[in-house]
Design a protein around this ligand. Structure first.
Ligand code: GRF
Length: 294
């Protein structure tokens, strides 16, 4: 029985002894005090039984909580009993239940280029307590996104292709750093299976066209917009989707469209699409994480 109590309360033998002493002394002391108070109030054999019971119960229920804290102090067990009291007071509705600690979402943004989307995301979550843009991961030492990260005091990690594709080193590193989600924002390498398995359904990508059209290997940047114009489309747009093992594949989370005029060029379409991305990507990330922006 003592072993079970030790396990339940996660205490050693000596502490268990002191805790039991606290309970024993508190029990006797409460009975003694309750007797004294009843006498002091002037209850005798003629007093209504219900009054006696009411007073005794009040002392036992409420007085006990104070007495046990005082006694526990003498046995050096105040912290243990204060935690125990907090639970009781919460159950009695006399103390507010502490909101469960919400670990902030710790995001890593993967990008290879200019990083205009990364910047919008960083700015959007700047004052958000539940989301932290924790790291910018990049494969290109010349990428503008690295400067953006530095301006915002965000850690950067320059990754190396072989380690990224053939080992679990980066997945382990992200896990150790507590990264919960990965946001691809113009990241040009294919995400390896190890990373996808480690972050299943927790990696989001943005593609500058309406998938499933104009996606796949080689479909990035202006190549996409050139192909869209060449095929005579009257509209294009953006697709935000979960990342799986295949290029530009995975459940679509959000799409938005923009029209293409006859005068449009790949450059002007890129501008329209970028504007759509900046407008929607940060907000869609927040919704995907299930947070209401403060
Ligand atoms: C965006 O158009 C995005 O859709 C694509 O890469 C581009 C990145 O642009 N995946 P930026 O570096 O965020 O400006």
């Amino acid at each position: 029985m003592f072993k079970k109590l030790q396990e339940k309360w996660k205490v050693g033998g000596l502490q268990l002894f002191l805790i039991l002493c606290t309970f024993a002394v508190t029990g006797s002391l409460t009975a003694f005090i309750s007797e004294r108070i009843t006498n002091w109030v002037g209850f005798d054999e003629n007093t209504l039984f219900a009054w006696k019971i009411l007073l005794r119960l009040s002392i036992l229920i409420f007085g006990y909580q104070f007495i046990i804290l005082a006694v526990s102090f003498f046995f050096g067990q105040f912290n243990f009993f204060w935690n125990y009291e907090k639970k009781i007071l919460t159950k009695m509705g006399l103390m507010k239940r502490k909101a469960p600690e919400t670990t902030p979402f710790k995001l890593a943004i993967f990008a290879s280029g200019k990083g205009s989307n990364a910047e919008k995301i960083i700015q959007y979550f700047e004052n958000e307590t539940l989301v932290k843009i924790y790291m910018v991961v990049c494969n290109n030492p010349q990428a503008g996104v690295l400067d953006i990260a530095k301006q915002h005091n965000i850690k950067t990690l320059l990754i190396e292709r072989k380690t990224f594709n053939q080992t679990e080193e980066y997945v382990q590193l992200f896990k150790n750093e507590g990264i919960t989600h990965i946001i691809l924002a113009g990241f040009l390498w294919k995400v390896p299976e190890t990373m996808i398995n480690g972050y299943r359904n927790k990696i989001l990508n943005i593609h500058p066209a309406l998938l499933p059209n104009f996606g796949g290997k080689g479909m990035y940047g202006d190549h996409v917009h050139e192909a869209v114009i060449a095929s005579g489309q009257k509209e294009t747009g953006i697709t935000i989707h979960l990342v799986d093992e295949h290029y530009d594949h995975g459940t679509t989370v959000f799409q938005a469209t923009v029209s293409i005029d006859d005068a449009d060029t790949p450059t002007s379409v890129a501008q329209k699409v970028h504007a759509l991305e900046h407008l929607h990507y940060p907000r869609v990330i927040a919704e995907w994480l299930g947070i209401e922006k403060q």
